[in-house]
Ligand binder design. Structure first.
Ligand SMILES: *Cc1c(COP(=O)(O)O)cnc(C)c1O
Length: 383
């Protein structure tokens, strides 16, 4: 599939019709084990489904094709994928350098779950090359970044970070959940590995949890696959199938998410109620030029800082109706959240804390006129 363009790969990679019946959609192999033709005589390599399942394989092929990787592994959640990656690559004493605005759950996994096993984690402002160089230690094994970041949509230059990290012999992992591979391809920019919460844009319909690791080369496939098998946080067949189904419309969804978010950002930038509009598609955004270079669209996530402060932000998050108040992001339906008490409650009071006047929007693909009218009504309810 690699000679085809992105939208074609998203629909066809790993999706060959069922060879037995010709069913155009590969079936959901809802089975925990496979019959052997004599001891060790596996059909197509399948044995027991913690080790492998055909529906999961079809998703993994599709995921690798989306990111231009050599292979991919699919997990029960984004954090399960991150955990397998980290445990597959790190050993006690290793240091991980995180961007200072990464997903709170990633920070929690490293500092609460993996720290007692000897993994050392610090954070740095990765948009500052000198800060990055200064934060790399002899024990640093991984630089971990997100761009655009959550929830302040900060943009960092992936190719520049790769250059600095690789010069020091350090791996670069990009959490590409926010942009999705439809808009940004970190492996092509030199990153070593990509992780996803497929729960978000890849699944795209808020109906399934999942995660993935995509490998730029073969070095870490076996150790991470071993974690997947030995620990067992694998995708269930139905979950893998739903994710595959969502991915087929990723290219067209991301175009509409980006178009709607751009219109809302421009509307918000002209409203005095908002002191800040965090959206990389605005030319006033500090990361606009880098985003325009390394992304093919600016995505569907945007945050707004209420001029009237924290109480106004809290109330605004409870005042809309098409935008529904919920955690998560990346679905076709629009969501609003108050990060300090919702998605980012676990980092309140830490160096990753979010300003208290911020609401985060996951802009869906409804009609944008309805979305803007809904936000206007929400503002009116604030009085
Ligand atoms: C949601 C999210 C995760 C964690 O994924 P789960 O599927 O919830 O485990 C990781 N990174 C980012 C950027 C996310 O938004």
């Amino acid at each position: 599939m690699s000679e085809h363009a992105f939208a074609t790969r998203a629909i066809h990679a790993g999706q060959a019709p069922d060879p037995t019946t010709g069913a155009i959609i590969p079936p959901i192999y809802q089975s925990s084990t496979h019959v052997q033709d004599g001891i060790g005589g596996f059909r197509d390599g399948y044995e027991y489904n913690r080790a492998g399942n055909p529906t999961r394989s079809s998703l993994e092929t599709q995921l690798a094709a989306l990111e231009g990787g050599v292979s991919a592994l699919s997990f029960a959640s984004g954090l399960a994928a991150e955990d397998a990656l980290l445990r597959g690559i790190l050993k006690p004493g290793d240091h991980v350098l995180l961007g200072n605005d990464v997903y709170g759950g990633t920070y929690r996994l490293l500092t609460k779950v993996l720290a007692p096993w000897g993994i050392v984690t610090t954070t740095a402002e990765l948009s500052d090359p000198d800060a990055l160089r200064a934060a790399i230690r002899p024990e640093t094994r991984i630089v971990w970044l997100e761009t655009p970041s959550n929830p302040l949509l900060k943009v960092v230059d992936i190719a520049l970070i790769v250059e600095i990290a690789h010069a020091a012999g350090v791996l670069v992992v990009v959490d590409n959940t926010f942009a999705s591979p439809a808009l940004q391809q970190p492996l092509a920019l030199g990153a070593d590995l990509v992780v996803h919460s497929t729960t978000k844009y890849l699944g795209g319909h808020s109906d399934v949890l999942g995660g993935a690791v995509v490998f730029g080369d073969d070095r870490f496939v076996e150790p991470v696959k071993f974690q997947q098998f030995a620990v067992g946080a694998v995708s269930a067949p139905l979950d893998a199938w739903l994710t595959t189904r969502g991915i087929k419309t990723l290219a067209v969804r991301m175009r509409q998410h980006s178009e709607n978010a751009q219109a809302i950002a421009e509307w918000a930038a002209a409203r005095p109620e908002f002191a800040e509009v965090y959206y990389p598609g605005l030319s006033s955004h500090p990361g606009h030029a880098v985003a325009a270079r390394q992304m093919s669209g600016f995505g569907g996530m945007l945050s707004l800082g209420l001029a009237a402060g924290a109480e106004a932000a809290r109330s605004f998050a409870e005042s809309t109706s098409v935008f529904q108040l919920a955690e998560s992001l990346g679905g076709v339906e629009s969501l609003i959240g108050y990060p300090p008490e919702m998605t980012h409650a676990s980092v309140r009071g830490t160096e990753l804390a979010v300003p208290e006047n911020v609401v985060r929007l996951s802009v869906g693909i409804e009609d944008v006129t309805d979305l803007i009218a809904d936000l206007e009504e929400g503002l009116a309810r604030l009085g």
